[in-house]
Ligand binder design. Structure first.
Ligand SMILES: [Zn+2]
Length: 305
């Protein structure tokens, strides 16, 4: 032990010969230094290489970060553009909803409850406790906007479908509503109380009279089915009765000729007979009656042309 210690404390002397002066120089160091110095150098080399690699490594990461930052900025800008476009789309969808409301008002269709409209769009998102970056918030807001628009357009699509159904029903009904003059001619007597030319007493006239030359075409005032086509012993002579549906029935009297048969389906404008003066009549004319749910109405209220 003490031998090693002695060796440790031993000194080593180096002699250097100076080349130009030719003098000898002496350097005496402890033997231990011969171990200390190389060991310290190795440790320094190791530490510095670790530091260098860490530095370059972080440098690379910083480049990657820079690239990601640039990409993030670009994406944020893109999101802002999308958000602006979605704002325009949202305005259009609102306009469609306003049009829908206007169409409903125009055709007397029931309004959509504003609460139902709101329900279709939905409430706020679930709460998230994690703090978000500006970019994340933008992405979340954009997604929410797209979701809202999707729900809104689905809702409007459904509502327009309802309007289409209602209008198809209305069109069907209008097709079956007597709405045109059944013959061309002169309006010779209106609906209401009149002196009867046969009895001389005031009597209820349940229709209107249109006078023209015998043989003037008489047409169906709406879609329907022939309920009666033949002789009416009640005074209307050759008579055609049409059942139109929706409670409407029309009667066409005093014809010179009937051109349809019972059970026949007819459309508005189809020829049903020719004008004449059969039955209780003083001259060539069409006697035209409109009934709704069995009640005689003034045909003038239905004629649109
Ligand atoms: Zn009449």
């Amino acid at each position: 032990m003490s031998q090693i210690r002695r060796l440790w404390q031993n000194k080593v002397t180096f002699w250097f010969l100076h080349e130009t002066e030719g003098a000898l120089k002496r350097l005496t160091i402890r033997a231990a230094w011969l171990i200390y110095i190389p060991a310290t150098l190795i440790v320094l080399l190791f530490v510095s290489s670790v530091l260098l690699s860490t530095f370059f490594g972080s440098k690379v990461n910083e480049d990657e970060m820079e690239r990601l930052r640039a990409e993030n900025t670009k994406l944020s800008l893109k999101y802002q553009e999308i958000k602006a476009t979605l704002g325009e789309v949202s305005t259009r969808v609102d306009q469609l909803a306003q049009k829908e409301t206007a169409i409903r008002a125009l055709f007397n269709l029931p309004e959509v409850n504003p609460q139902e409209r709101q329900l279709g769009i939905g409430g706020p998102d679930a709460l998230d406790w994690f703090p978000k970056t500006e970019g994340e918030n933008l992405a979340i807001a954009t997604e929410a906007e797209v979701d809202k628009l999707l729900k809104q357009t689905e809702f409007e699509f459904q509502k327009y479908g309802e309007i289409e159904d209602a209008l198809m029903g209305l069109r069907e009904r209008l097709d079956h509503t007597p709405s045109i003059w059944p013959a061309k001619g002169w309006f010779s007597r209106g609906y209401g109380m009149h002196y009867d030319p046969f009895t001389g007493y005031k009597q209820m006239h349940r229709g209107i009279d249109v006078a023209a030359q015998p043989g003037t075409p008489i047409v169906a005032p709406a879609k329907g089915k022939i309920l009666f086509a033949g002789w009416d012993s009640g005074g209307l002579g050759n008579l055609v009765v049409i059942e139109h549906g929706y409670g409407f029935v029309t009667r066409h009297g005093h014809m010179s000729k009937v051109l349809v048969k019972r059970g026949q389906e007819i459309s508005r404008g189809d020829l049903i007979g020719l004008m004449g003066s059969t039955g209780y009549s003083t001259g060539s004319h069409l006697h035209y009656e409109v009934y709704r749910n069995g009640k005689a109405l003034n045909p003038m209220e239905f004629i649109l042309n």
